[in-house]
Design a protein around this ligand. Structure first.
Ligand SMILES: [Cu+2]
Length: 143
């Protein structure tokens, strides 16, 4: 039984032992040629009874990753950097096109659909979750 549990933990993607937040369906949008920034999207589940927030992210292939929120003002979409993204207790926060997202900046190379991007997410309780996000075209959002 002990071995079985250990194997389950290894098989569930995005699950880090001790972390309250689970990451589901992470993906990165294929950028137009020459675009300096790339959007990162996913669902963040907080199954605990404590509020959590995403406070940072890093990836070996990017010089910098910011947390952004897209807001519409006077019909224009504008991205506003965030210090953190809230994931209230017992709920799910979507990082999605037109809302909260990761802004992957200064990519080492041009990403194309089919590539995979390794990222590390950091939460306000000090926990970290490593994920691997596939690069997809915007038109194929998987919904
Ligand atoms: Cu952005």
């Amino acid at each position: 039984m002990r071995v079985f549990c250990l194997m389950m933990a290894l098989l569930v993607p995005g699950l880090a032992l001790g972390a309250a937040v689970e990451v589901e369906d992470p993906w990165v949008a294929e950028p137009p040629p020459g675009a300096p920034v790339v959007g990162g999207f996913m669902l963040l589940h907080n199954g605990s009874d404590e509020d959590r927030s995403l406070v940072g992210a890093r990836g070996d292939n990017f010089g910098k990753i910011e947390l952004h929120q897209t807001v519409r003002e006077d019909g224009m979409a504008r991205m506003i950097p965030q210090d953190s993204i809230p994931i209230p207790a017992g709920s799910t926060t979507a990082l999605e096109h037109g809302g909260y997202h990761l802004m992957l900046m200064q990519p080492e190379k041009t990403l194309v659909a089919g590539d995979r991007v390794a990222l590390e997410l950091r939460f306000d309780d000090g926990s970290k979750v490593s994920i691997e996000a596939p690069v997809r075209r915007m038109g194929h959002m998987g919904h």
